[in-house]
Design a protein around this ligand. Structure first.
Ligand SMILES: *[C@@H]1O[C@H](CO)[C@@H](O)[C@H](O)[C@H]1NC(C)=O
Ligand SMILES: *[C@@H]1O[C@H](CO)[C@@H](O)[C@H](O)[C@H]1NC(C)=O
Ligand SMILES: [Fe+2]
Length: 404
């Protein structure tokens, strides 16, 4: 189990792949060999098999194996957390929720981590728009353990989705002392805090969070969540017209090392933001070419299979936006916009692609796409009323006579 836990944690972190990292590849092989050389329980065998399957990139099959464990061992935290993260990477929001719903009653208060399970459950509920139920569970968890950064995170998401900017900022401020040292999630919670500030148009304050917390965390850890948070923040600020100075140049050396990984398309899109932002066309080309190659390679890697229809058009759209071809951005993104969820990530994280689509549409002031921005903005406003960011975009659209 030590092998399964260690390898599983590295793989779920999505910072190294068995394709490129020889040490990790060997560690996974060793895990399988060790497991074959001794009598294991069925549960242990499934754990080894699930990690091995995840390493090959067949995430949904790995989830089936973790679920097999949970049928009989509903308090297996490892199977629960690994499947939760893998569903997240797959964009399987309902599975992310239901997987926890099935085992939740077994986590009675005396079982260690039972309050943490409330936070995990609340995240799936929130992503499937059960905001009230999600908030209730996250608050229960926080009343038991105020330092539960996952439950803080769910509440941050709820305020984000409902455009409750003031409440969100106040919540982050009042709870900061409890989660600021929470390892991986601290940086991500700061990212959420900064999103409220971007919504409000307080760009300097957002950049201060970036400079004081998000980027320092990335520099110290190199963790993928910190990478995507950093890229996402800078890209969003840029779309708002904010100059981010030399910050892309600082991010690039960290993302560049991952250009050939192709573990998650979601990560790839964020690496690309960095190489585009830093105007490093060599790195951009390397990422695109190797992603194209991966998409053609045989095997059962779900991300590589999805690259052709979703990942590559999405990456190409980022390139076209940079090259000043907003019409091309629309041609690439409009047909796949309802499939982008398949690259995983949260609704809040993937909103960056919807914002990109709207910004590109705003730049199409004539021709076949001239009313697209207006319609997309109506949709956005209907789903998330009272968003200052949406209101700004609507004013911008009106200014270019797209809205009468
Ligand atoms: C993943 O594994 C399942 C079951 O073994 C298989 O049916 C499926 O085709 C695999 N996925 C991919 C993308 O190959
Ligand atoms: C829209 O046009 C502005 C101004 O030329 C440019 O800075 C921006 O990158 C463009 N955005 C997209 C998505 O096309
Ligand atoms: Fe989040």
């Amino acid at each position: 189990m030590g092998h399964a836990i260690a390898n599983g944690l590295v793989l779920i972190g999505t910072g190294s792949s068995v394709r490129l990292d020889r040490e990790l590849d060997q560690a996974v092989k060793t895990m399988v060999e060790v497991s074959q050389a001794q009598p294991l329980t069925q549960r242990e065998r499934l754990h080894v098999s699930a990690v091995e399957t995840f390493a090959k990139g067949n995430f949904s099959r790995a989830c089936e194996l973790w679920e097999q464990i949970l049928w009989d061992h509903p308090t297996d935290m490892l199977a629960l957390k690994f499947s939760h993260d893998a569903y997240f990477y797959l964009g399987y929001q309902e599975q992310m929720r239901d997987s926890v719903a099935r085992i939740y009653p077994f986590w009675t208060p005396s079982i260690p981590l039972s309050s943490y399970v409330k936070g995990i459950y609340s995240f799936g509920l929130m992503e499937t728009n059960f905001y009230d139920k999600a908030e209730k569970l996250a608050k229960e968890a926080l009343s038991i353990n105020p330092t539960d950064a996952w439950s803080v995170h769910t509440i941050a998401h709820i305020h984000e989705m409902k455009a409750e900017i003031k409440d969100g900022v106040e919540f982050m401020q009042s709870s900061e002392a409890h989660w600021k040292d929470s390892d991986m999630l601290a940086c991500h919670n700061y990212w959420h805090w900064a999103l409220y500030l971007i919504e409000k148009g307080e760009y300097e304050a957002a950049l201060t969070i970036y400079d004081n917390h998000v980027f320092p965390s990335l520099k110290a850890s190199g963790a993928m969540l910190d990478v995507v948070d950093s890229c996402s923040m800078l890209y969003r600020l840029q779309m708002e017209g904010v100059s981010v100075g030399e910050r892309w140049q600082e991010v690039l050396p960290i993302t560049r090392k991952h250009s050939r990984d192709h573990i998650l398309l979601f990560n790839d899109a964020h690496f690309l933001m960095a190489s585009l932002g830093a105007r490093d066309s060599g790195t951009t080309q390397e990422l695109l070419t190797t992603l194209q190659d991966a998409s053609k390679a045989p095997g059962e890697n779900c991300q590589h299979l999805l690259a052709r229809e979703v990942g590559l058009p999405l990456c190409q759209a980022l390139v076209e936006a940079e090259n000043g071809n907003p019409g091309r951005v629309l041609e690439l993104l409009l047909p796949i916009r309802y499939r982008i969820i398949q690259i995983g990530g949260s609704n809040a994280q993937r909103d960056i692609f919807n914002q990109l689509l709207i910004h590109a549409a705003l730049n199409c002031t004539s021709g076949v796409h001239k009313n697209v921005a207006r319609n997309l903005l109506m949709e956005r406003d209907a789903l998330k009323p009272n968003s200052p960011l949406t209101q700004r975009l609507i004013r911008k659209a009106a200014a270019v006579h797209l809205l009468q």
